[in-house]
Design a binder for this molecule. Structure first.
Ligand code: SAM
Ligand code: SF4
Length: 329
């Protein structure tokens, strides 16, 4: 275990069709959300067990008030070699400088289209310009960033080259994510997935070649080099899952630790923490659960008849933990 994704809220100011397309959701009760101090205590136990990379996510993490306070406390832990944030960018412009000051190392902004109208259809929001402004602010403040794009058939699969070209203008490495069937409310079907092979073909045809960088290790993104020296990434979680090298723990905003994005349940760390468990007791619990881990969620999905959705809408409405936006993506 090296990497920890911490979701700080399940709420979001967008309604991306592939993540939370419904107008209303059952949210995690506010009193169940971990305080920054509690997140810090749990993170310390994970760090004691080997975590050295932390990513803050959500829902939309910038909706969590005073987020730089949490970043500052995590950045102060010297064992954390990589501290990153994934955001939809809507609130980034006004926050980029404070995030940098608090010690955040890197930012990833999700951007699926360069067309305003498409953005509105895809996210339910007309704030595309705010996302672009957020990307520019991140580039100015951090020098570089990553852009994550979920490639969806018939939605944005004609923008692959344009998004790479846009990335060049803001010093961003663009990473294309294969659309995953993570919940019942999205309209996922096998036909909506733009596979890694097709993305490589489109990019290779346009730029005249693509060279694999071959440093995949445990990182989910495979990276590639273009003839002009620029790089881009593909996260092929649907057609080429990376379960065998997954070193990732996921913490929901209410302190449930998920061993896999596809897991139907997790380990409640909030309860022992609030009952007074020490850092070492938490660490031991984490050690035991992780040592028994046998999850291969994405590989299992690949092997089964996927005409049915992963989680039916009925079940989603009863348990917020089954939602992608609660799991942190
Ligand atoms: N709200 C933030 C954002 O959108 O960047 C952070 C949370 S979001 C759940 C994290 C990542 O999950 C985003 O890059 C998003 O595009 C990705 N994601 C959400 N649903 C997905 C799906 N069905 N397939 C692939 N990626 C998905
Ligand atoms: Fe919100 Fe991110 Fe999900 Fe879009 S992908 S609905 S921005 S949590």
């Amino acid at each position: 275990m090296r990497s920890l994704r911490i979701s700080v809220t399940d709420r979001c100011n967008l309604r991306c069709q592939y993540c939370m397309p419904e107008p209303e959701y059952v949210w995690l009760p506010r009193e169940s959300l971990l305080s920054f101090e509690e997140i810090g205590q749990i993170a310390e136990a994970f760090i004691d067990e080997g975590v050295n990379r932390i990513r803050i996510t959500g829902g939309e993490p910038l909706l969590r008030r005073d987020l730089p306070v949490l970043i500052e406390s995590l950045a102060a832990r010297t064992a954390v070699e990589d501290l990153a944030l994934t955001t939809n960018g809507i609130l980034l412009k006004g926050n980029a400088a404070a995030l940098k000051r608090s010690g955040l190392h890197r930012i990833t902004v999700s951007l699926d289209t360069l067309k305003r109208e498409r953005f509105r259809a895809l996210t339910g929001s007309s704030d595309w310009d705010a996302v672009i402004a957020g990307i520019h602010a991140a580039a100015d403040t951090f020098g570089a960033l990553k852009i994550d794009t979920v490639a969806i058939r018939g939605t944005n699969d004609d923008e692959i080259v344009e998004l790479l070209e846009f990335g060049r203008t803001v010093n961003a490495e663009v990473r294309f994510i294969e659309y995953m069937d993570v919940g019942g409310a999205t309209r996922w079907s096998p036909a909506t997935v733009v596979p890694r092979a097709e993305i490589l073909e489109v990019v290779g045809r346009h730029y005249g070649g693509v060279i694999p960088i071959g440093e995949r290790a445990s990182a989910p993104a495979e990276r590639f080099l273009l003839p002009d020296g620029r790089t881009f990434g593909i996260i092929a979680s649907t057609t080429a899952p990376f379960c065998a090298t997954c070193d990732r723990a996921r913490l929901t905003a209410d302190g449930i630790w998920l061993l896999c994005l596809y897991a139907s349940g997790g380990t409640d760390l909030r309860r022992p923490l609030r009952a007074g468990a020490s850092r070492d007791e938490l660490r031991q619990l984490i050690h035991t659960v992780w040592s028994l881990r046998a999850d291969r969620g994405a590989e299992e999905r690949l092997g089964m008849d996927r005409q049915t959705t992963l989680v039916p809408l009925r079940a989603l409405k009863k348990d917020a933990h089954l939602e992608m936006h609660t799991r942190g993506g």
